[in-house]
Design a binder for this molecule. Sequence first.
Ligand SMILES: *Cc1c(COP(=O)(O)O)cnc(C)c1O
Length: 314
Amino acid sequence: MPPLSVLQPIAHPIFSQHKITVQVKRDDLIHRFISGNKWRKLKYNLLHAKAIGAKGVITFGGCFSNHIHACSFACHQQNLPVIGIIRGEQDNQNNYTLAWAKHWAMKLTFVDRKTYRMRNDEHYLQQLQRQYPDYFIIPEGGSNALALTGVAEVIEELSQQCEFDTLITPVGSGGTLAGLILGDKSQHNLLGIAVLKQQGYLESEVSDLLPLTSKNENKWRIAHEFHCGGYAKFSPQDAEKIRNFSQVVGIDFEPVYSGKMILALLKLIESGYFPAHHRIVLLHTGGLQGLGGMFERGLLNQAEWPSPPATPVP
Ligand SMILES: *Cc1c(COP(=O)(O)O)cnc(C)c1O
């Protein structure tokens, strides 16, 4: 099978200064609405849901979640009814992300934070399953064993596309990094950039997702110095750096996931982390729909950033 996404070399003065090469695996281009790594993670989940004859899908996410956005479109496309259990109040139900989720027929159920915290609790999930016996439950972010199989295909594709030393990905729930670890049989360095403040926790999340035979902790690590203060937090200077980088290389990045990977890349290169002639691949996980909610909240100036995939809000 031909690769699902292209691999694009990028040029930046700092790369040549440090004699390294950087290419971007453009998973952001896989689909207009289904964000890159969410496409990979949903693929085998939805095939499985269909194979077992599920009448629908239930999943979890925050009000601005890329996974909720992606899952609603993907289920719509697959004719699978889908329920989104959303953290927080209904106040946000008409924001960019949720307006589109509703447009694509996701049924939204808002739960308070305390209930939401039980999303991985076995007892809670059993109860939910009894309530919706024929629905297939996909965890927050889509991260489960089936997701890993989909993400592992990134590595298969890369093996046809190039040789490289280090593959870098942003880390949220850890499913993407775990899938890359599972897929990589060639001992590449796999570097995850934590986008939230959870040192230690993220490592165990990744490790717990992996089968025992694939844990191989020698080849992967998560860097925790680049979350800019926490999930979806960033300073105007951080945002400016990301925007500048996008302009220089001609690829859009957003400041919640892929942009933090860019900030990390720049700092690591400056600090001499990568030896000369190192070959880096960045996994562009997508996520540009998230900009919609940032504009609405006035966190970014819409005039300075790319448009999210579909405007205006339906
Ligand atoms: C969800 C998401 C991630 C994080 O992936 P995990 O598998 O949860 O670690 C990274 N980038 C984007 C754009 C995302 O939407």
